[in-house]
Design a protein around this ligand. Structure first.
Ligand SMILES: Cc1ncc(COP(=O)(O)O)c(C=O)c1O
Length: 436
């Protein structure tokens, strides 16, 4: 049953946001659920934003928020990165859409290979597509049919494992293993060894609550996968922002294939998969390659001018390896400050994550897997989210926060104050379920 506090918080939210409600109600006539991104859904309705600059967001009712969501990691650069806007505008003035090679495509491929230690790379339109193509690469290369995934994982709209295999997933033959349970995962790898084409893993469950993989888990699972001849796929769609070359590299693991997306497109749609030449060269349809067996990978917008141009500016001029390393440390420091606030609150609330990605949880201890995530107090979780919104902080309803490179120290201090006040008000108003 919904608590009185939560009912009141939802009512206050609705009263404050009549214009967002209007956009939502009108859109629902044509868009099931009022929008096209399931993740945006929350009660009573999601906010409509009309503008943004740096790490500020402005909604349809005249409120300004500190953007602590960073578009679920795609908004790493903030809302007004002129180097990207100028480069894309200049490129689009020359050409908008071309059924041929565009020079930025090869440049971005080189930047990606050098930065993320890939032999070869291919572009897609989204992270979802990149993962589907990475799985296809493994299926074709091995001639096997099973794909190991992890409970709580998310690899795209058709690769959804929050509670096991979603019924709408792409029709692969999945083996679901528990996250951060090295013995069980290893047992399953050897049990299915001869038919296992790939193991796909996020180095930190992103949608699944910013739950980092333990080093031993990531290392042994991928080592065991290699032993049975399965392809290791690192889903770095969210986590390639960490450190100089992504989170798997920080965990000391070199996968066969890595997948990318989100911020690399600088706000434009983006996806990529890349890795070992022996696997990626299946896509080499060139006459010189003279291969008798090739895999086709078409896609009208794979090399679209906006995303290719933006990607070059992002990796070469803005989010360089040095900036990425500094941003990771800054995120670590901020998460520690958040942890100090949650610990002082006396409520069953904590924070998990790595670097500039983190999540608040209505739990007394940071989760290690999807089972822990299922123990969150859903009412308290939502009340905290609405409390932060009321105090001018925009995060994900599920608790996720991602630092953009434009967020200022003053903004981060204001977020800590807003969280302190939100938790204090919950204590005052009697949300005092004992620490779990
Ligand atoms: C780890 C991970 N993989 C894949 C995807 C899918 O990317 P896209 O939304 O670009 O399809 C997401 C999206 O949130 C993700 O978090």
């Amino acid at each position: 049953m919904t608590s009185k506090l939560l009912t009141n918080a939802r009512g206050a939210f609705a009263d404050r946001n009549p214009n967002s409600r209007k956009y939502y109600d009108e859109a629902r006539r044509y868009l099931p659920g009022g929008h096209t991104r399931t993740v945006l859904t929350h009660a009573p309705f999601p906010l409509a934003f009309v503008a943004g600059n740096e790490s500020w967001l402005h909604d349809a009712d005249g409120h300004t928020y500190i953007d602590m969501l960073g578009d679920y990691t795609a908004g790493l650069l903030g809302h007004s990165e002129h180097r990207v806007i100028d480069a894309v505008s200049a490129a689009l003035k020359i050409n908008t859409s071309v059924g041929g090679i565009h020079p930025a495509e090869g440049t971005l491929a080189k930047l990606m290979c050098e930065r993320f230690d890939l032999d070869r790379v291919r572009f897609t339109n989204s992270g979802s597509e990149a993962n589907l193509m990475a799985i296809t690469t493994a299926l074709q290369a091995t001639g096997r049919d099973k794909i190991m995934v992890f409970h709580g994982g998310y690899h795209g709209g058709l690769l959804y494992f929050a509670s096991g295999v979603a019924p709408w997933n792409a029709p692969y033959n999945f083996v679901v293993a528990p996250y951060n349970d090295v013995d069980r995962a290893s047992e399953l790898i050897f049990e299915h060894g001869a038919t296992l084409a790939a193991v796909i893993m996020e180095p930190m469950l992103g949608s699944g609550g910013c739950v980092p993989a333990e080093k031993i888990f990531a290392q042994r699972v991928f080592a065991d996968a290699k032993t049975v001849g399965a392809v290791t796929i690192a889903d770095e769609v969210m986590t390639s922002r960490h450190g100089a070359s992504g989170l798997f590299s920080l965990l000391g693991v070199r996968p066969d294939i890595s997948t990318f997306g989100k911020y690399i497109g600088g706000g434009f749609s983006f996806g990529a998969f890349g890795g070992r030449a022996a696997l990626l060269d299946q896509f080499d349809t060139s006459p010189e390659a003279g291969r008798d067996r090739v895999v086709a990978h078409a896609g009208t917008f794979n090399n679209n001018i906006s995303s290719m141009t933006a990607g070059c500016v992002v990796l070469r001029d803005i989010f360089t390896a040095e900036v990425a390393v500094r941003h990771t440390s800054r995120g670590e420091e901020f998460r520690e400050a958040v942890a100090a606030v949650t610990a002082r609150s006396g409520l069953p609330v904590c924070v998990s994550g790595f670097g500039s990605m983190m999540s608040l949880h209505a739990l007394s201890h940071p989760p290690r897997n999807a089972v822990d995530m299922g123990l969150r107090d859903a009412d308290l979780q939502e009340t905290i989210f609405l409390g932060l919104l009321e105090r001018g902080v925009y995060s994900a309803a599920r608790g996720m926060m991602n630092l953009s490179i434009t967020v200022t120290d003053d903004q981060l201090a204001a977020v800590l104050d807003a969280l302190t006040e939100t938790l204090a008000s919950l204590n005052r108003d009697g949300h005092c379920s004992p620490k779990r």
